[in-house]
Design a protein around this ligand. Structure first.
Ligand code: SF4
Length: 201
């Protein structure tokens, strides 16, 4: 049976797609063969919004409900909106972790559609310029992707109460430069450890 949601810490993570706008060589999807801390996140089929909602239980039990699987949830925008609206109707908090390429993917600014549905958005930015971002992440839109992510962050600030830029501490990546970009955009910054060795828990 597919894992549609899984607990980690005090949060619940939702795994709604394996599709992504990037193909990062460091992605643990490939390195850990779809497993993450004891759960297989490979989906045999993409779940419906109702199937995901049924897997959540009481959302108020968690600090946050986080869209973050082995893929970018914003590829499935309609399902994200349906699920997030249900979570918000129960009074719980919604976070989305994303690569920041959803506007380019959908060919429109999707952020106004998330207003009131999403409390926090974490945008990963691994690369401090178009060339480095393209080299490290293999994004679908190549070197145009970096500027797309920057624009996405600017738009996110208008519609989402809390915006954080995250960077993985990849070998050779100067996360200080990315922190400066986040500072200049007026959003928070958090670096995340590079997961190299498989972690069972
Ligand atoms: S953005 Fe995340 S899920 Fe997508 S390929 Fe990169 S690491 Fe994997």
């Amino acid at each position: 049976m597919d894992t549609l949601s899984y607990k980690y810490g005090n949060s619940l993570y939702l795994n709604i797609t394996n599709r992504c706008m990037m193909s990062c060589p460091y992605c643990i999807k490939q390195k850990w063969a779809g497993k993450f801390r004891g759960n297989s996140l490979n989906l045999s089929k993409e779940p419906t919004a109702q199937e995901v909602i049924a897997s959540i239980g009481d959302p108020k039990k968690y600090d946050e409900i986080i869209f973050c699987g082995y893929g970018d949830s914003l590829i499935r925008l309609n399902e994200v909106k349906t699920i997030a609206a249900w979570i918000k109707s129960k009074g719980a908090k919604v976070r989305i972790n994303t690569a920041g390429l959803a506007n380019k993917y959908h060919n429109r600014n999707i952020l106004p559609e998330l207003k009131g549905l999403v409390d926090i958005i974490s945008v990963s930015l691994n690369g401090s310029n178009p060339q480095e971002h393209n080299k490290l992440n293999n994004p679908a839109f190549k070197e145009k992707s970096f500027d797309e992510v920057i624009d996405f962050i600017k738009q996110a600030k208008i519609y989402i109460p809390s915006v954080t830029v995250t960077a993985v501490e990849l070998p050779g990546l100067d996360t200080e430069k990315i922190k400066k970009i986040a500072d200049s955009l007026g959003v928070s910054f958090r670096s995340r450890p590079y997961l190299d060795e498989y972690e069972e828990n």
